[in-house]
Every structure is written in C-alpha cells, then in structure tokens.
Design a protein around this ligand. Structure first.
Ligand code: PEP
Length: 249
C-alpha cells in the first residue's frame, strides 16, 4: 500500500507566530484523520519554532528548498544539514517557482537531491509542464525529461524514499486545476516512466498532485488510482481547508 500524503507548501507566507498558530490548529483538527501523512512546509525562519509546536505529533515538517552545497561561503543559502538540525524530515525540491524565478536547473537539483539524502531529508520532488507545453501536447516528454535528468540518477535505495509531486505550472495559484482524468493520465505516465527505470519499486512511490487543489476538488482528484495525495499551496494556509483536503481520501 502506498502512503497517502497531504503536504502544505506555505511559500513566503505567515509570520512566525501565525505559523505556530496554524500548526497548532492543524494538529488539533487532524486528530480524527487516519492513514494520511500530513506535512507542513513553512519558511526557513519558522522551522525551529514550528518543530517545537509539532513535537511528536503526527504532522511532519518540511523545508521548501535547500542549498546545493554542503556548507561554507554561500551567503543567503540554507544547508540541508541545517534544515535537518532544525527538525525537518522532508524538503520540497524543484518547485516550478524556484525553476522559474531562481533559475534552478536539473544540474542544481541533482546536487540538492544528493544533499537531502546525505542529511536524511526526504525530497518532495516537483515536476510539471507549462501551459504552452500542455497546449502543444508536449507535457509527457517535458515531465519525462525532468525525471530522467534527475530522479533517474538516484540509487535504488534513495529512489525508494523519494516523493514525487506533479504540479502543472498552469494550475499553480491560478484557480485552474487539472481535471481528475488529466491528473490520473499523467500520474500513471509518471509511474510508468519511473518503473521503466526502477522496476516494481515505482509502485510504492507516492505521487502527489499540486495546482489549485482545494476542499472542493480534492476528493475527485484523490479518487484516482495513481494520485496519492496533494501538495497544497494557497489552501494549506487555512487549517480548515487543509484538514478538509486531508480528509478527502
Ligand atoms: C504549490 O505551489 O505547490 C501549489 C500547489 O500552489 P496552489 O495550491 O496555490 O496552486
């Protein structure tokens, strides 16, 4: 049985105290939900405080990014070891906003993947096509290249730990969502692509959907065979919405 996961990407939102309140509410309201791993990904500055609030609860902590290097003269960067030290167990990598605004390439992502595994952080690795690529029917090859240039380089052991998030760029923060059929089609394609490289292990890989997932559409998206949960942006900033999504399996 694959893990079901709902992860909240807070992006550059909330003050530290608002973030603390949000996780306290999430922990409290998630008590009736079983069989779903909940993850929150606040900004770096919040990690230790949020980790304190989470303690040994069922909600896990993630960063939104990590440095490609180990340590040293990299002003403004945050090392994977520091993120782990702060109490996080997961790290989002390759979010389209990082690829688009910070020039993150496959080469950088390979280094970041290595940093995560060297520090026992589980990557939530994002892939997804832009609108023009979807409209010209190139989405399959775009996503395949994103995987084969990065995740394909992992050892079998590391691959066995990774979480994939399919996030069509045209659906992120736009209110446009992939239809359940579109999501299932590409999630199945991603799993098949991973299986071509890693064999049966790919059937255990959680593949999350991200892109304007909300309480109204989560159920129909999560009902699909190959959709194992969601990476949630905007809707993860409201405890009630996040919890309703987590209860949508
Ligand atoms: C995201 O940025 O990972 C995301 C899915 O955002 P939203 O849910 O706001 O579209």
């Amino acid at each position: 049985m694959r893990k079901k996961i709902v992860a909240g990407n807070w992006k550059m939102n909330t003050s530290i105290s608002k973030g603390e309140q949000l996780v306290v509410e999430i922990v409290e309201k998630s008590k009736g939900i079983n069989g779903v791993l909940l993850i929150v990904a606040p900004p770096f500055t919040h990690l230790t405080k949020v980790a304190d609030k989470l303690g040994n609860t069922r909600v896990a902590l993630s960063a939104q990014n990590c440095a490609a290097e180990t340590s040293g003269a990299y002003t403004g960067e945050v090392a994977a070891s520091m993120i782990a030290d702060a109490g996080a167990k997961y790290c989002i990598l390759g979010h389209s906003e990082r690829r688009e605004y910070y020039g993150e390439t496959d080469e950088t992502l390979n280094k970041k993947l290595a940093q995560c595994f060297a520090n026992n952080l589980i990557p939530i690795f994002c892939v997804g096509e832009k609108l023009a690529e979807r409209e010209s029917n190139h989405h399959f090859e775009v996503v395949k290249a994103q995987l084969s240039n990065t995740v394909f380089n992992l050892s079998e052991d590391d691959f066995g730990k990774v979480i994939i998030a399919y996030e069509p760029v045209w659906a992120i923060g736009t209110g446009k969502t992939a239809t359940p059929d579109q999501a299932q089609e590409i999630h199945a394609f991603i799993r098949k692509t991973l299986a071509e490289k890693f064999g049966a292990k790919a059937s255990d890989t959680p593949i999350l959907y991200g892109g304007s997932c909300n309480p109204a559409n989560a159920k129909s998206l999560f009902a699909n065979e190959d959709v194992d949960g969601g990476l949630i942006g905007g809707a993860s900033l409201k405890a009630d919405d996040f919890i309703t999504i987590a209860a949508s399996f």
